[in-house]
Design a protein around this ligand. Structure first.
Ligand code: SAM
Length: 254
């Protein structure tokens, strides 16, 4: 296994306190405590304008709500990079490219990421033009701010950083890693309210268990996310697992 390389995340947010418990708990908390992951938070309010440290203003052209101004965000980003160096800058926005596992894997290879969180009706477009290396969305819905989206990016990316998740195996088999949803999982008891665990999982036959898991992963992907089969069609190996039966999303196996 490769040595932990570490990841440094800079969050630019008007609500740094929202991340307190998130960064302290579970795998991420441990990764931060052990130094594999470092997270710094910077508040554009500290770079706000005038006596009231204002960060927002009404939109040019009219319309509802307030827009985050470019100057406090620009000053916060410049400050972070003067102190700690250039980061790969990600602006969180519902208008960005959807975050996917492959993108997360790419981001996990970087050393410094900056997550820029918007609020209110959004962010002055010049932040995107001048600062964003990329714009990411966590889904086709609108949050009130970028903080939850930043937390999603941090969780998805850091668990791919070597050393954060204990057994590297547990990330390799996961949903989306190979264009399939993960197979169904069970633990004790062997039966609950009339629902038994599939006998093959209790058989001790590791080859059969592996075969069953790959079949079920394909079946589940076909049922719940057929779109994934378009990008990652059924393979020869998967077809053979079905031994003459009809293959979910792939016709009949030979
Ligand atoms: N008026 C904007 C629009 O329609 O595109 C939405 C602004 S939203 C209320 C405020 C902030 O929340 C955004 O600037 C962005 O940082 C964040 N945000 C909202 N939905 C998001 C999503 N799906 N993915 C990432 N960030 C999101």
């Amino acid at each position: 296994m490769s040595e932990p390389t570490g990841l440094h995340v800079e969050i630019v947010t008007l609500f740094p306190e929202l991340f307190d418990s998130f960064l302290a708990a579970s795998l991420l908390g441990k990764a931060i405590a052990s130094g594999i992951v470092r997270v710094d938070r910077t508040n554009p309010r500290d770079f706000g304008l005038g006596k009231h440290r204002s960060v927002d203003d009404t939109p040019y052209g009219g319309g509802p709500g307030m827009i985050l101004r470019v100057e406090p965000l620009a000053a916060a980003i410049d400050h972070v990079e003067t102190q700690r160096g250039r980061a790969h800058r990600i602006l969180l926005s519902p208008q960005g490219l959807p975050l996917r596992q492959a993108k997360a894997a790419e981001l996990a290879t970087r050393q410094r990421l900056m997550l820029i969180c918007g609020r209110y009706e959004g962010v002055d477009e010049r932040v995107a033009s001048l600062y964003a290396d990329e714009i990411l969305s966590i889904g086709d819905y609108v949050l009130s701010g970028g903080e939850v989206a930043a937390a999603v990016v941090i969780e998805v990316v850091t668990r791919l950083v070597p050393g954060v998740v204990g057994q590297s195996e547990s990330i390799e088999d996961e949903s989306f890693s190979s264009g399939r949803l993960e197979y169904p999982q069970f633990t004790r008891p062997p039966a609950f309210r009339g629902l038994p665990v599939p006998p093959v999982l209790l058989s001790g036959d590791h080859a059969e268990i592996e075969r069953w898991r790959r079949q079920e992963a394909l079946r589940r992907t076909h049922e719940r996310r057929p779109d994934l089969l378009v990008a990652h069609p059924v393979t020869e190996v998967e077809s053979r697992l079905f031994k003459g039966k009809s293959v979910p999303g792939g016709g009949k196996s030979g």
